[in-house]
Design a protein around this ligand. Sequence first.
Ligand SMILES: Nc1nc2c(ncn2[C@@H]2O[C@H](COP(=O)(O)OP(=O)(O)OP(=O)(O)O)[C@@H](O)[C@H]2O)c(=O)[nH]1
Length: 224
Amino acid sequence: MSESYDYLFKFLIIGRAGSGKSCLLHHFIENKFKEDSSHTIGVEFGSRIVNVGGKSIKLQIWDTAGQERFRSVTRSYYRGAAGALLVYDTTSRDSFNVLWNWLNDARTLASQNICILLVGNKKDLEEDREVTFLEASNFAQENELIFLETSAKTGENVEEAFLKCSKTILAKIETGELDPERIGSGIQYGDTSARNAAGTLASGQQPRSRLRPDCSGGGGSCRS
Ligand SMILES: Nc1nc2c(ncn2[C@@H]2O[C@H](COP(=O)(O)OP(=O)(O)OP(=O)(O)O)[C@@H](O)[C@H]2O)c(=O)[nH]1
């Protein structure tokens, strides 16, 4: 039986090796901590259908290797991503200091309107924390990112991270800021119902439900 959904969004998970990208994806898909996580070779893939604002959205998620030697391979997956989780490890200042590397890549190689959510992972390891919530929040604000701290171990905020990004993208579709028909938008229609609803919006009629962009979450707004 084929899956039914309104939209498909292409997502990336990027950031330094060891920050917990694969564990975040695993928790989101399997709802449990991946105990034996090893370095990703190139890219890994996962998908899940979520419900946001009455729409079902298939998230097609590409988990990229953080190791430098895979950089040229992972860069080729950026094209046409609608959303990205930019991950650092709250217990590693180094992982925070190199964020701009991935941020530059995402902004130059992915979709122009890419929605980027900054994720401070391993929040369960409070005693080993090296990056404060406030400084990360300031970084997010300066770079127009949404921000959340997560734990792929306890599952705290993992679901929220993916949903927040999806909600922001959906809101931009509903306001016409993002056009799923545009090649490279990172968005596809799943069936005719979403396309028809979007057509109704484009013709100037009121939508049945309109989401507001949700770019809050610890400061910062989503780049438009
Ligand atoms: N305590 C704790 N450990 C975590 C968390 N997330 C990941 N880890 C651990 O951190 C290590 C790296 O996790 P991965 O998910 O493999 O990291 P990655 O970012 O995918 O690494 P690359 O694939 O090399 O880019 C593993 O030993 C995980 O068990 C977390 O939220 N809390």
